[in-house]
Ligand binder design. Structure first.
Ligand SMILES: Nc1nc2c(c(=O)[nH]1)N[C@H]1C(S)=C(S)[C@@H](COP(=O)(O)OP(=O)(O)OC[C@H]3O[C@@H](n4cnc5c(=O)[nH]c(N)nc54)[C@H](O)[C@@H]3O)O[C@H]1N2
Ligand SMILES: Nc1nc2c(c(=O)[nH]1)N[C@H]1C(S)=C(S)[C@@H](COP(=O)(O)OP(=O)(O)OC[C@H]3O[C@@H](n4cnc5c(=O)[nH]c(N)nc54)[C@H](O)[C@@H]3O)O[C@H]1N2
Ligand SMILES: [Mo]
Length: 819
């Protein structure tokens, strides 16, 4: 047993292993200072809620408080390991700043109130507007951080009860493109890959995915393969020198926004060299000829020019991908939040499909999720889609859902695609949406172009309900704030990237009067008097397990089939991968085995969209294209990013994450070890750009775009020349002033700068390319930027002290076989 500083060593100790072997276990534990395992009263089963990886863990409880966590050794996902956010993030639950009472706006100010007053205000205003204007006045904006049971209930209330089409999740900002890419290629959401593909792969390709910082435990698995015999080759596509890039066999650092150009060149090379599985293509796909034709002109030389990557490097990457025998591909925000997001992500699918690398150990695609429960937002229909991957443009699917809910099919809106959140903001701006119920998301920091968002959300004619666990920037704009219980204080299930479902049990009571999100939603439904077509209550459950049972029925026979699971079955052992049903009682490791897809016109979730315009494909067109339900190869030509550098704004700005923080930091800033590792915003620039401008590490800069300004210290890092990187974690709730930046004032949230623009197919906002300028406002006086040294933000100049956590950051590691 050893105690490791897991701030200084985020991935912990290596446990090397070889191809086809099982990943050794390593049980990681962190308890509050001074406590040992003997002091713990009980351990309660759960999984991590601070990323999409689904690290299984047990919550340590002492004196009815959470005092730590321990990885679950027997779980298929993490084999006992935990990442820094897992190890330290739980402390936020115990923060004295938690919301403990409902708040209501009186004379312009939020004041404490009781639940009765708060809920009758919420339900009352909703009812009024339904009478005045109808369902089009009402909108819901949820998250990827609640539980499956809560999303399913929310979707039922919004779609089956109120009948509004204005339902979306922050998953729109996050992994709408993952869903879109899977729907384009396989006509259905759901990840083809399994995490155990890492154990078998000989090539792992990461596209715009900084796995080392964003799924630290999954990266630990890759590091352990890299440290073992016959390691896999790693291909990394990222304009920054991330830890993934440093570990890569080939690192391509394209200009932001040029992913489709690069992908077309890679596909061109793979086809030109015959590195394709013609038999598989013939038997299981449609669209190959168009793909070949479309990519014909995209030679490595053409791409080299546009992407500013040497042609020889593109050839080298194509060779590695083309000669792989077991290829695992992963995709995340560097593709999803960049220009031509869906087209780029679909191209990654194309590579695996034309190489016939699907449904076999080591051959997988992970169109990654980011948030812990984002998969469930999508499955349960809380992102506006219909539950259980039903197709809103297939009338028989709508009828089937109406049967499950016992409502009239005409009451379920399906006349048009669901309203995405950026469109909802527009409708609020125009005044047609007048009620927005926000659950577990902080749009006043996370949406693009914040000056506009603040204005939209602060309007008097909008009734804004915010259900959160802290008084966030968004909550400060609300008419009613509802205090929620969170992870560890309520029970429910959630599903990670590789379809593994975990149960997370209630460990302790929530603080004060805070209530589980599910209970609040049930209360709301009852107050609205929502009924089914026989006059019985629409929502037929009163607790999480009841909601799960309802969901099982809704999912029966659909791809994401949970009908074979139960809370009992999820207790004790490992998480279970869907589909889990009579045929597969223990779940399903890999889908799309032997070229079998869920793409049949009658069964599929989606007929797809046009890759350039985003217009939905009609049923008849889809039937003609893909009558027997094969994988669809779709190609798109490259078009340049909308906002290109100019003389006034010479840089390309990208935004993203750091290892130690989660999103708008409402949780991680309240965990001292995590906060100290990256306490303030910074901006990254390459050494050559800094030298050209006479800037040094730590200088205080102002970054400007046509939308706003942000002030941050300079970190000279391995980002490619011409590009600036800003972490998007830093809002203003924890600043001295705690208030939004005034007009003309520099802020610290990256989204002061980002642009109101989205991908035409997935409607995901483009957070990763905008034109920007920098100006030095003060010398750093020798003080370095507050950025970590352990990550993609590692300094390349000057003497910057290494990021360490010290004694309070030591976690216990018990490597398998050690006693
Ligand atoms: N530590 C931590 N982990 C997290 C989260 C967190 O907040 N903190 N959030 C979770 C969530 S919700 C998500 S969605 C995931 C996100 O996980 P990631 O997608 O891995 O994280 P990002 O930093 O947003 O972006 C990844 C990379 O995209 C690169 N990039 C930017 N523009 C381009 C481009 O045009 N082309 C290419 N090829 N690359 C580009 C950036 O340099 C960056 O390194 O992380 C999850 N895990
Ligand atoms: N510029 C830029 N912007 C981005 C991104 C980027 O890379 N760059 N990434 C985008 C992505 S991928 C994402 S996922 C979003 C994330 O953006 P947000 O969703 O706005 O970020 P969070 O801070 O995770 O907000 C979640 C909120 O839910 C609250 N919460 C936590 N648990 C519970 C619970 O159990 N119940 C309730 N009711 N509330 C709870 C938290 O306190 C927090 O306020 O940001 C997006 N915005
Ligand atoms: Mo995300």
């Amino acid at each position: 047993m050893q105690r490791i500083d897991r701030i200084a060593e985020p991935w912990g100790t290596r446990t090397p292993y070889g191809p086809g072997e099982s990943w050794p276990t390593r049980v990681d534990t962190h308890l509050a200072d001074g406590l040992t395992e003997e002091d713990v009263d009980r351990w309660v089963q759960s999984a991590s809620i601070l990323h999409s990886n689904g690290d299984a863990l047990d919550i340590a409880v002492k004196d009815e408080r959470i005092v730590g966590v321990r990885g679950r050794e027997g779980d298929r996902v993490n084999h006992g390991r935990l990442g820094p956010k897992d190890l330290f993030g739980w402390q936020a639950n115990n923060s004295p700043e938690r919301l403990t009472k409902p708040l209501i706006r009186r004379k312009g100010k939020l004041v404490e109130t009781d639940w009765e007053t708060a809920m009758s205000a919420v339900a009352g205003r909703c009812t009024e507007l339904l009478e005045e204007q109808g369902p089009s006045a009402i909108s819901f904006y949820t998250t990827g951080q609640l539980f499956l049971e809560e999303y399913y209930t929310l979707g039922l209330i919004a779609h089956g009860g109120i009948g509004t089409n204005h339902v979306d999740g922050n998953t729109r900002l996050c992994t709408a493109t993952a869903a879109a890419a899977l729907k384009e290629t396989f006509a259905c959401d759901g990840q083809p890959g399994s995490y155990s593909d890492i154990d078998h792969a000989d090539v792992i390709a990461l596209y715009g995915h900084n796995m080392a910082e964003t799924q630290t435990v999954l990266w630990t698995r890759v590091l352990d393969r890299l440290a073992g015999p016959n390691p896999p080759k790693v291909v990394c596509v990222d304009p920054r020198m991330t830890p993934v890039a440093r570990a890569a066999t080939v690192h391509l650092a394209p200009r932001p926004g040029t992913n489709v150009m690069l992908m077309n060149a890679l596909i061109h090379e793979i086809i030109a060299n015959g590195w394709i599985d013609r038999e598989y293509i013939q038997a299981h796909t449609v669209g190959f000829d168009e793909l070949e034709k479309m990519t014909e002109e995209y030679t490595p030389e053409v791409a080299a020019e546009v992407c500013d990557v040497p042609a020889e490097q593109i050839r080298e990457a194509a060779r590695v991908l083309g000669q792989a025998e077991r290829l695992l591909s992963t995709v995340l925000q560097g593709f999803y939040q960049s220009h031509q997001a869906s087209a780029a992500a679909v191209s990654v699918n194309n590579i695996n499909v034309i190489r016939g690398m699907l449904g076999k150990p080591g051959c997988g695609i992970l169109q990654m999720n980011g948030q812990p429960t984002a998969q469930n937002t999508r499955e349960a229909g809380a992102d506006g889609d219909l539950p259980a991957f039903r197709n809103w443009s297939n009338d028989s699917h709508v009828q089937d859902l109406a049967r499950v809910w016992n409502v009239d099919p005409m009451e379920i809106p399906h006349y048009a695609p669901p309203t995405h959140v950026m469109q909802m903001m527009r409708y609020i701006e125009e005044g047609t949406i007048r009620f927005m119920y926000v659950t577990a998301t902080n749009p006043a920091v996370s949406l693009p172009e914040l000056a506009r968002i603040r204005e939209v959300l602060a309007q008097d004619r909008l009734f804004l309900v915010v259900q959160d666990i802290f008084l966030t920037e968004t909550a400060q704009l609300a008419d009613v704030v509802l205090p929620a219980a969170t992870w560890g204080e309520k029970t429910g299930t959630f599903t990670n990237v590789d379809r593994t479902v975990h149960l997370s049990e209630k460990a302790v009571e929530p603080p004060g009067e805070a209530r589980p999100d599910l209970d609040i939603l049930l209360d709301f439904a009852h107050r609205l008097g929502l009924e089914d077509k026989d006059g019985a209550p629409l929502v037929k459950w009163s607790d999480a397990e009841g909601a799960f049972e309802g969901w099982k029925e809704c999912s029966r026979g659909r791809p994401c089939d949970y009908s074979g699971m139960s809370y009992d079955k999820l207790r004790g052992g490992s998480g279970i991968q869907w589909p889990c049903n009579d045929e597969h009682p223990d779940g399903t490791e890999r889908i799309y085995v032997d070229g079998q897809f869920w793409a049949q016109p009658e069964y599929c979730e989606s007929y797809g969209r046009d890759m350039i315009t985003g217009a939905p494909v009609e049923e008849t067109e889809y039937k003609a294209l893909n009558p027997t339900g094969r994988a669809v190869l779709k190609a798109a030509e490259y078009t340049g990013p909308h906002e290109m550098p100019s003389q006034e704004f010479p840089f390309q700005l990208i935004t993203g994450r750091t290892l130690y923080h989660f999103h708008t930091r409402t949780k991680t800033a309240r965990a001292p070890q995590l906060d100290a590792a990256a306490p303030e915003v910074w901006v990254e620039m390459s050494a050559s750009d800094a030298t050209d401008r006479g800037l040094t590490e730590g200088d205080v800069l102002e970054v400007t775009t046509p939308r706003g300004r942000v002030r941050a210290r300079l970190r000279i890092s391995g980002v490619r020349p011409g590009v600036l990187f800003l972490p998007f974690h830093y809002g203003y709730w924890d600043t001295e002033k705690g208030s939004q930046p005034k007009k003309k004032e520099a802020g610290r949230a990256a989204n002061e700068l980002t642009v109101t623009d989205w991908d035409p197919v997935s409607k995901q906002p483009i957070f990763k390319t905008a034109a920007a300028q920098v100006e030095r406002v003060a010398s750093g006086k020798g003080k370095p930027a507050p950025a970590p040294t352990t990550t993609g933000s590692a300094p390349v100049t000057g003497a910057v002290p290494p990021t360490v956590g010290g004694d309070s950051a030591r976690a216990q590691e018990l490597v398998g076989g050690q006693a």
